[in-house]
Design a protein around this ligand. Structure first.
Ligand SMILES: Nc1ncnc2c1ncn2[C@@H]1O[C@H](COP(=O)(O)OP(=O)(O)OP(=O)(O)O)[C@@H](O)[C@H]1O
Ligand SMILES: [Mg+2]
Length: 512
C-alpha cells in the first residue's frame, strides 16, 4: 500500500473514531430522554380502563333498557299501588336496578309521578330526570344524568283517561362525575395516542439530524485527511521522480523544496548532492579530455623531435657546403638556408611547447616573492618593438611557488600580450595583493579577445594565430592550479586584454 493511502487511512481513522463515539453518545442520550417522556404502560392502562368502563356502561345500559321495556309493559299509567309496589321492589332488587320512576307529561312538560326503590333500600335524596326525558326519547332512550344516574326511558303502552303521555325510567345511581370521568379517560387515551405519534416523529427528526451532522463531519474529515496525506507525500513523490531522472543520468534535475521542514531539508540536500555530482562529472570529463590531449601532445613532440634531429644535421651539412655554391647563386642559397633554419627553429619551439604541455614537471615549492618572479619573466624580451613595463605593487608578496614553472606561466601571458599588441605599444605588468591572494596582471592595448574562441581560450590547441600551438594558456592554467591559484583572461576597458594570475599568499599572510 502506498504511503499516501496509509496516511489517508490513519488520518481518517483518527477523525472518524471520535465522530462515531459522539454520534453513539448523542443517540443514546436521545433514546433515554425520549424514554423518560414515555412512562411505560400509561398508554396501555388508560386504554384498558377505557375499554372496561365502556363495556360496563354498555352492559348497564342494556340491563336498564331491558328492565325499562319490561316494566313499561306491566305498570299502569298511575302511581303504583302497594301490592304491586312490593313485587316491583323485589324485581328491582333481583335485576340490580336502583330505581323505577313513572313520569306523566302535561302542558308544563314531564313530571315525576312515582319513584319505586328496590327492597330494603332507604330513600336517598330524590332524583328527577323529567328534563332529560324528551332528549333521551329522541336519541335512543338512554339518560346519562349529571345528577348521578344512568337510566333507560320507555314510553308506557297505555295512556290514562285524560289521554296524557306516560313514560317510565329504570336505572342505576352512579357518582355525579361518572360520565365526566369516562370522557376524561377517553381524552387521555387520545392525548397519549397523539403524543406517541409525535414522539415517533421527533425521534425520526433527531435521528435524521444526527445522521446529517455525522455525515457532514465525516465528509469534512475525509477532505482534510486527503489534503493532509497529499501535502505530506507530494514532496516525497517529487523527490522520487527526481531521483529516477538522476538515475537516468540527468544531473541538472532539481526539486523545489516544499512541505514540512524535514522534507524541505531533504529537498535542499538532494539539490546540493546533484549539483556536486554534476560538478564532479564535468571535472572528470575535463580531466579525461586533458589527459587525451596530453597524450596527443606527447606523441607529436616525439615525432617532431625524431624528424627535427636529422633535418637539423642536414641543414648544418648544407651550411658547411654553402661556400661551394657558385658565386652567382650564393646569396639566394644563403637566404633559402636562413629561411629553412628559421622554419626549423619554429618547429623546434613548437615541439618544445608540445613536450612541455605533455610533461608538466612536479613543482618544487620554495618561498619566493611574486614580484621577483614576475620581474625576471618580464625581462625576457619577447618582441623588439613592444616595451614591457613592470610596476610592482607596494609591499612584499611572499608565496610558496616553483620559481621556474611560475615564471614560465607569467612569461606566456606577457608573450600573448606582446603578440596581440601593435608595434610600439606598451604591455603593462602589475603585481598586487588582494585579500589572501597575490595577483599578477598583464594588460595590453591589442586586438582584444576573438569572440569565436572567447569561451575556450584555456583549452589546449585553441589558437587564432597562424603558427600558434594553442597550448600557452592551457599551460598557464595548469601551473596556476598546481599552485592552488587561478588564471583568467578578459577584455580590458578601453580596448585590449587583461590577463590575471592569482596564487595564495604564503603562510596565511593577508593583504594589508
Ligand atoms: N593578450 C591577448 N590578447 C588577445 N588575444 C589573446 C591574448 N592572449 C591570448 N589570446 C588569444 O588566446 C589564444 C590562445 O592563446 P595561447 O597562448 O593558448 O595560444 P597561442 O598564443 O595562440 O599559441 P602559442 O602560445 O603556442 O604561441 C590566442 O590564439 C589568442 O587568440
Ligand atoms: Mg600564447
Amino acid at each position: 500500500m502506498s504511503l499516501r493511502s496509509r496516511l489517508f487511512l490513519a488520518f481518517t481513522a483518527i477523525a472518524l473514531v471520535p465522530i462515531a463515539l459522539l454520534a453513539a453518545f448523542t443517540l443514546d442520550r436521545l433514546a433515554r430522554s425520549l424514554e423518560l417522556w414515555n412512562t411505560p404502560g400509561v398508554d396501555q392502562s388508560l386504554r384498558t380502563s377505557l375499554e372496561v368502563s365502556k363495556t360496563a356502561l354498555t352492559r348497564l345500559e342494556s340491563t336498564a333498557r331491558a328492565q325499562a321495556a319490561d316494566w313499561a309493559q306491566v305498570l299502569p299509567p298511575a302511581p303504583v299501588d302497594l301490592p304491586r309496589r312490593t313485587a316491583v321492589r323485589a324485581g328491582l332488587r333481583a335485576a340490580g336496578l336502583d330505581f323505577v320512576q313513572l313520569y306523566r307529561r302535561d302542558r308544563a312538560g314531564w313530571r315525576r309521578v312515582d319513584d319505586v326503590l328496590p327492597e330494603h333500600v332507604l330513600a336517598p335524596e330524590p332524583l328527577d330526570l323529567s328534563r332529560e326525558i324528551d332528549a333521551a326519547l329522541a336519541a335512543g332512550g338512554v339518560i346519562h344524568s349529571p345528577r348521578g344516574a344512568l337510566a333507560a326511558v320507555a314510553p308506557l303502552e297505555i295512556r290514562d283517561r285524560s289521554g296524557a303521555r306516560w313514560a317510565l325510567t329504570a336505572g342505576m345511581r352512579v357518582t355525579p362525575d361518572f360520565f365526566t370521568g369516562l370522557t376524561r379517560i377517553g381524552e387521555s387515551v387520545d392525548f397519549y395516542h397523539r403524543f406517541g405519534v409525535l414522539r415517533d416523529v421527533s425521534r425520526i427528526y433527531w435521528l435524521l439530524l444526527v445522521a446529517a451532522v455525522v455525515l457532514v463531519l465525516a465528509l469534512v474529515a475525509l477532505l482534510v485527511a486527503t489534503a493532509l496525506a497529499r501535502a505530506m507525500t507530494q514532496p516525497l513523490q517529487a523527490l522520487e521522480q527526481a531521483l529516477e531522472r538522476v538515475a537516468g543520468g540527468d544531473l541538472e534535475t532539481r526539486v523545489a523544496p516544499s512541505g514540512a521542514r524535514e522534507l524541505r531539508t531533504l529537498g535542499e540536500r538532494f539539490n546540493a548532492m546533484t549539483a556536486r555530482l554534476a560538478a564532479a562529472r564535468t571535472a572528470l570529463a575535463e580531466a579525461e579530455r586533458e589527459a587525451a590531449w596530453r597524450d596527443v601532445a606527447r606523441r607529436l613532440a616525439h615525432e617532431f623531435k625524431n624528424l627535427l634531429t636529422p633535418m637539423t644535421l642536414s641543414l648544418r651539412r648544407l651550411e658547411k657546403r654553402a661556400d661551394r655554391v657558385p658565386e652567382a647563386d650564393r646569396a639566394a642559397v644563403a637566404e633559402s638556408l636562413d629561411a629553412f633554419a628559421q622554419a626549423l627553429a619554429d618547429l623546434g619551439r613548437l615541439a618544445e611547447q608540445f613536450s612541455q604541455y605533455a610533461r608538466l614537471p612536479e613543482p618544487r615549492f620554495e618561498r619566493v616573492d611574486l614580484a621577483d618572479v614576475v620581474r625576471e619573466a618580464a625581462r625576457a624580451q619577447a618582441r623588439e618593438d613592444v616595451r614591457v613595463a613592470f610596476e610592482p605593487g607596494p609591499g612584499a608578496l611572499p608565496i610558496a611557488a616553483d620559481r621556474l614553472l611560475l615564471s614560465r606561466a607569467v612569461h606566456n601571458l606577457i608573450l600573448n600580450a606582446c603578440e596581440a599588441s601593435p608595434a610600439g605599444a606598451v604591455v603593462e605588468v602589475r603585481t598586487a595583493a588582494a585579500d589572501t591572494m597575490a595577483t599578477v596582471e598583464v594588460l595590453d592595448r591589442g586586438s582584444g579577445l576573438a569572440p569565436e574562441v572567447r569561451a575556450r581560450l584555456f583549452e589546449p590547441y585553441i589558437s587564432t594565430k597562424a603558427r600558434g600551438s594553442g597550448l600557452g594558456l592551457s599551460l598557464v592554467r595548469d601551473i596556476a592550479s598546481q599552485h592552488g591559484g587561478t588564471a583568467a583572461l578578459a577584455d580590458r576597458e578601453g580596448g585590449g586584454a587583461r590577463a590575471t594570475l592569482s596564487v595564495p599568499l604564503a603562510g596565511g599572510a593577508k593583504a594589508s
